[in-house]
Ligand binder design. Structure first.
Ligand code: ADP
Ligand code: AMP
Length: 217
C-alpha cells in the first residue's frame, strides 16, 4: 500500500508516519528529513536547499522529485510507502504519478489531515526531536515519559529545527495554501482523498487513519 499524508506544517504527518512505519512495516518517505540529512552532510543538494528551507520556501520540484525517485528504487519501499511532505506542488504530484507508474506501483490513499491553522504555530514551535534516533516530541502534547530522556532510545540529547519559529511557520503555511492545497482536486478526481480530523489527539488521529487503511475502500 502506498499513501500520501497531506497537511500543512505541524498537521501531524511525521507523527503518524512514524507510527505507521513502526506498526505496519511501511516506510516513511519524508522529503524534509531527506533534505535535512543532505544539509547536514553538506552535499551539493543540501547546499542549494539550505537557504530556501531556512526561509520556509519550497525547494525546486526537480530536486525533491529526484530524491524521491532514487529512494523509490531502494527495495525496502516495496513493502509500502508513506509520502510525508511530498508532493507539495502540482508538478510534484504529476512527477509522483510517473515515478510510481514506471515502477508498476500505485497510490492507494491521499489522507488529508484537516487542521485549524491557528493551532499550528503552537504545534510547530513546541516541536522537538531526539538528536540520536529522531523520535518526535512536543513541549506539551507529547512529552517523553521520563523528562529529558527519549522513550525510544534513551538518549538525553534533543534538538529543534531552525525553521520551527513563528515567523518561518507563517511562510510555510502560506506556501501550503498557495501551492499544496490546490493539488487536492487532482487526487479528488481519482477518488483517492480521505479526510481525517487532525485536531483530535494523536491516538484518535491514528485510529482514524487505521480505519481508512483497514477499510479497503
Ligand atoms: P508535520 O510532520 O505535519 O509537520 P508533526 O508530526 O511533526 O507535523 O507534528 C508537529 C508537532 O505537533 C509535533 O511536536 C507533534 O508531537 C505534535 N502533534 C502531532 N500530532 C498532534 C495532535 N494530533 N495533537 C497535538 N499535537 C500533535
Ligand atoms: P518539512 O520537514 O516537510 O516541514 O519540510 C521542511 C522544508 O523542506 C520545507 O519548508 C521546504 O523548504 C523543504 N521541503 C520539504 N519537502 C519539500 C517538497 N516536497 N517540495 C519542496 N520543498 C520541500
Amino acid at each position: 500500500m502506498n499513501i500520501i499524508l497531506l497537511g500543512p506544517p505541524g498537521a501531524g504527518k511525521g507523527t503518524q508516519a512514524s507510527r505507521l512505519e513502526a506498526e505496519r512495516g511501511m516506510v516513511q518517505l519524508s522529503t524534509g528529513d531527506m533534505l535535512r540529512a543532505a544539509v547536514k552532510l553538506g552535499t551539493p543538494i543540501g547546499m542549494r536547499a539550505k537557504a530556501v528551507m531556512d526561509a520556509g520556501e519550497l525547494v525546486s520540484d526537480e530536486i525533491v522529485s529526484g530524491i524521491i525517485g532514487e529512494r523509490l528504487d531502494m527495495p525496502d519501499t516495496e513493502s509500502g510507502a508513506i509520502f510525508d511532505g511530498y508532493p507539495r506542488t502540482a508538478a510534484q504530484a504529476q512527477a509522483l504519478d510517473g515515478l510510481l507508474a514506471e515502477r508498476d506501483r500505485q497510490l492507494d490513499y491521499v489522507i488529508e489531515l484537516v487542521v485549524d491553522e491557528e493551532a499550528l504555530v503552537d504545534r510547530v514551535t513546541g516541536r522537538f526531536t531526539c538528536a540520536r534516533c529522531g523520535a518526535g516530541y512536543h513541549d506539551r502534547y507529547k512529552q517523553p515519559k521520563v523528562e529529558g530522556v527519549c522513550d525510544v532510545c534513551g538518549s538525553t540529547e534533543f534538538k529543534r529545527r531552525p525553521d520551527d519559529n513563528a515567523e518561518t511557520v507563517r511562510t510555510r503555511m502560506a506556501e501550503y495554501r498557495a501551492k499544496t492545497a490546490p493539488i487536492l482536486p487532482f487526487y479528488e478526481e481519482k477518488g483517492l482523498v480521505r479526510r481525517v480530523d487532525g485536531m483530535a489527539d494523536i491516538d484518535a488521529v491514528g485510529a482514524a487513519i487505521d480505519a481508512i487503511l483497514d477499510s479497503g475502500s
